[in-house]
Design a protein. Structure first.
Length: 198
């Protein structure tokens, strides 16, 4: 029972941290806390299943300062990118056996760094299916989706792009190499008055 209540407490704290309902305004926050809360919420999609082993999470966190941002909205961006990464991995597993997946494990890597002392960069890489060039050009367009009917609205990446570029004066880019997976790079200023172009 103690274990159960402790787990519930962790989930509630993560949900509060993820949504940041009490912090709709600009505030200096620990970006890693937001990423970790998002990962805890998505834990059910990462853990092992009968058809595949657990998706490996590799975290390469740098020492980051507190970042002035709209934390709840930025957490939503992390959620959208991670959900798309998991979907891409699951799509790549469609024609692979459990053993094949075990030999070449599914991985998502999250890397953070400080750039020029004024910017924070968060990179999400996955080794799922890569994104074709014609899709990559439209990935941030509203209502554009490659998911089957009823699976996606085509708004997640469009909203993420708006949150990063318009709300935070940052940059959101997508790189994908055939057979190697996909990488999303978020770059935002540490202080919001820094609105120069990256």
């Amino acid at each position: 029972m103690n274990l159960g209540t402790d787990r519930i407490r962790q989930i509630v704290l993560s949900l509060r941290n993820f949504s940041r309902l009490d912090e709709a305004e600009l505030k200096a926050v620990d970006i890693h806390e937001g990423i970790d809360s998002t990962l805890l919420i998505l834990q059910h999609r990462l853990k092992a299943r009968p058809e595949r082993p657990e998706i490996e999470m590799i975290k390469d966190y740098a020492a980051l300062p507190l970042v002035e941002c709209y934390a709840g909205q930025l957490n939503q961006v992390f959620m959208n990118i991670l959900v798309n990464s998991i979907d891409a991995i699951e799509e790549s597993n469609a024609n692979r056996t459990y053993e094949e997946i075990k030999e070449n494990p599914n991985q998502i890597t999250i890397r953070t760094s400080v750039i020029d002392a004024a910017w924070v960069e968060v990179t999400f890489s996955n080794n799922g299916v890569s994104i074709p060039q014609e899709v990559k050009q439209r990935i941030f367009d509203p209502f554009f989706t490659t998911k089957p009917l009823g699976k996606g609205t085509g708004m997640g990446m469009s909203i993420s792009y708006q949150i990063v570029t318009e709300k935070h004066g940052g940059k959101l880019e997508c790189f994908s190499t055939l057979g190697e997976g996909t990488e999303f790079i978020i770059r935002i200023p540490i202080r919001q008055q820094v609105h120069q172009v990256v």
